[in-house]
Design a protein around this ligand. Structure first.
Ligand SMILES: O=C(O)c1ccccc1NCC(=O)[C@H](O)[C@H](O)COP(=O)(O)O
Length: 256
């Protein structure tokens, strides 16, 4: 599933590249105002922080929410106390787009994450050109050379890589990059099974200076408390916020 999602995302970016060549996207990326320093915004504090996700649908859950106006939802997230916004820009299975990211960027003052299946420099440039401050890199989808190349390009463009892992081996590959913002995703991206205890089992293996992000499977404040007790600095939440009252849920999650 992960290789299919990644291959499709790359194919879709190649289609866009036919009408928007590399040099044009690169120029647009370099002309954007500087990215927000997400490491500063998400740094560990006495309260857990939330990255709130714009998520219309997903391979595991199907349709979740209509979200006709992603900018309005992002403003609700900001009002509710989110520290950053994640925008799923993958179109085929998640119903997202780069236009969503641009709309969100224009609507809020928070750092914005491009959450997609990134495997090429062109996709990284697209992210910056659309106003992203962070870009997700999924270790399981990338060989070491590509991971290094994309990580360095994201940093060179002034953005922050959020490097997503699922195992001790992937965490070790991430540490070798010098990554400072590291996620453990509770969702197995092939079977879709959720394991909320995976974060806790891997928490000791994070580099000492890393910001620890627990991704997926937060449905209640108790789930946030579970991740927090295991050492999470930040939780990344999608489904619970797009299917429930975003402001009420954020306030409950942030009160943990
Ligand atoms: O959500 C999915 O079904 C999914 C399937 C395959 C690859 C990625 C997938 N989701 C991306 C995410 O990691 C989540 O959107 C994100 O962590 C929020 O998760 P949740 O709060 O459980 O919606």
């Amino acid at each position: 599933m992960l290789s299919e999602l990644t291959a499709n995302a790359v194919a879709d970016s190649l289609s866009r590249r036919e009408t928007r060549p590399f040099a044009e996207v690169e120029r647009a990326a370099l002309e954007r105002p500087a990215a927000i320093d997400a490491l500063e915004v998400l740094k560990p504090s006495e309260r857990v922080k939330v990255i709130a996700e714009i998520k219309r649908s997903s391979p595991s859950r199907g349709a979740l929410a209509q979200i006709a106006d992603p900018a309005a939802l992002a403003r609700s997230y900001e009002l509710g106390g989110a520290s950053a916004i994640s925008v799923l820009t993958e179109g085929r299975r998640f119903g997202g787009s780069l236009a969503d990211l641009e709309a969100v960027r224009a609507a809020v003052a928070l750092p914005v994450l491009r959450k997609d299946f990134i495997a090429t420099p062109y996709q990284v440039l697209e992210a910056r050109a659309a106003g992203a401050d962070l870009v997700l890199l999924i270790v399981a989808a990338l060989d070491d050379a590509t991971l290094r190349e994309l990580f360095d390009l994201i940093v060179e463009l002034g953005m922050t890589p959020l490097v997503e892992t699922h195992s001790a081996e992937e965490l070790d590959r991430t540490a070798a990059l010098g990554a400072r913002l590291i996620g453990v995703n509770a969702r197995d991206l092939s079977t879709f099974e959720l394991d909320r205890d995976l974060f806790g089992r891997l928490a000791d293996r994070f580099p000492a200076d890393a910001i620890k992000v627990a991704e997926s499977a937060v449905l209640s404040a108790a789930d946030v408390a579970h991740y927090r007790a295991a050492g999470a600095d930040v939780v990344l939440v999608g489904e619970a916020l797009v299917t429930g009252d975003p402001i009420e849920n954020l306030r409950a999650f942030l009160a943990v």
